[in-house]
Design a protein. Structure first.
Length: 392
């Protein structure tokens, strides 16, 4: 069975598809912009004041049994993504927690260049099945509008060789709901019905201010835009630090989809995003995750929870070395040769910090909070409730 992509395939630019860069590469130059260089690969996603505004995803098909939805069939799909990509790690965590690895199998892409992400050539992999070398090949097979690069993560249909979705915003929600028939026994309910609206609202805030907030800092082309994003980022961490002082997880005693989304940025901040902040502002006077003790203990709690990180990701994020004792992370380029001892010591020390006891098992806590979904009111925002109100 196949489904229609006509209304889902949108033209992609190179920048729109560059959805999972780790850090911007500002080139400090003297000139009218006071050293803030709006490089060509970021200008399409800039507002007039130099702020980073992420473009929309090209494919948004949902999983389910409704019209135009992708049917839920175990083994029919592959999710292709980079190990260093937070949007992809989010899906991998959910897949592990729910026991979907065999039903909805992740596959690694790597080495993005001007031709896009390279496929991993492994027995039974999509490269072998379709004779493709690049993720872009699936996009070209799906729509003749494609002119850019495919994004991480991307779900492809093995029965058609076409892209189903690259909408990482809602993919985990589909895995938590539509794919429930394939969940393992005892799988956590990451998207409980009674909390869904509050989870959605909190997820929007986490994305805007934390997940994407790191990119707003590193991809800003004016100092003012970077400073504003950094100020909001710090304020949001302080807010969550207080929230987590009396709650084990964001909604109390149970892990939810929101915890997965927040964790994706917390666990990679020190090794990927923070070095970008240092380059962006030209100073090492940048916050650390451990400056927020409750938040960092919460992050360690999740880091040490089975399913939140695996050996492949530990290496990709620079926590553990390869068989030669070398590290792969944003702070060290593999092409430079063996990792210096100083860098090895830094990575070892960081990993050890994440393995320190979290001591949070005694916390439960209420799901009620004054943030998104509460806001001091018993009423929740209903997005779209007023669609068409002012028409006619």
């Amino acid at each position: 069975m196949s489904f229609d992509f006509t209304n889902n395939g949108q033209p992609l630019s190179v920048v729109a598809a560059d959805a999972c860069g780790v850090a911007a590469h500002h080139e400090r130059e003297s000139g009218a912009n006071n050293g803030w260089n709006d490089k060509p690969e970021t200008t399409v996603e800039q507002t007039p004041d130099g702020a980073f505004r992420r473009q929309r995803n090209a494919f948004t098909v949902r999983f389910g049994s409704g019209p135009g939805q992708a049917p839920v069939q175990a083994g029919r799909y592959r999710i292709l993504g980079a190990l260093g990509c937070g949007w992809n790690r989010r899906q991998r965590i959910v897949i592990r927690l729910l026991g979907l690895w065999d039903a909805f199998t992740p596959e690694i892409v790597y080495g993005r260049d001007e031709d896009g992400w390279k496929l991993t050539h492994t027995p039974g992999g999509v490269a072998e099945l379709f004779g493709y070398d690049r993720l872009n090949d699936f996009y070209r097979a799906t729509t003749n509008h494609f002119t850019g690069r495919g994004t991480s993560p991307t779900v492809v249909d093995l029965s058609t060789g076409k892209v189903v979705t690259n909408n990482y915003h809602i993919l985990s929600n589909d895995l938590e709901t539509a794919w429930a028939p394939f969940h393992k026994e005892g799988a956590p309910d990451l998207y409980p019905q009674e909390l869904r609206q509050e989870i959605d609202l909190l997820n929007q805030q986490i994305f805007d201010d934390v997940n994407n907030g790191t990119y707003k800092v590193n991809f800003a082309t004016t100092k003012g835009a970077a400073t504003a994003a950094y100020t909001i980022f710090k304020a949001r961490l302080a807010d969550y630090d207080f929230r987590l002082a009396s709650r084990r997880y964001l909604f109390g005693s149970q892990i939810t989809d929101s915890d997965v989304r927040l964790f994706q940025t917390l666990e990679s901040f020190e090794s990927t995003y923070r070095p970008g902040f240092v380059r962006t502002f030209g100073t090492d006077d940048i916050i650390h995750i451990w400056d927020y003790p409750n938040l960092f203990a919460y992050g360690r709690d999740l880091f040490q929870t089975e399913g939140f990180i695996d050996d492949e990701e530990l290496y990709a994020l620079g926590y553990t070395p390869d068989e030669n004792g070398n590290y792969r992370a944003a702070t060290w380029e593999e092409n430079d040769g063996p990792t210096p001892q100083k860098v090895k010591d830094q990575h070892k020390a960081l990993y050890e910090r994440w393995l320190e006891p979290a001591d949070r098992a005694q916390l439960g806590g209420s799901p009620l909070y004054s943030g998104p979904g509460g806001g001091g009111s018993f009423e929740l925002w209903q997005f779209g409730a007023y669609d068409g109100f002012y028409q006619g």
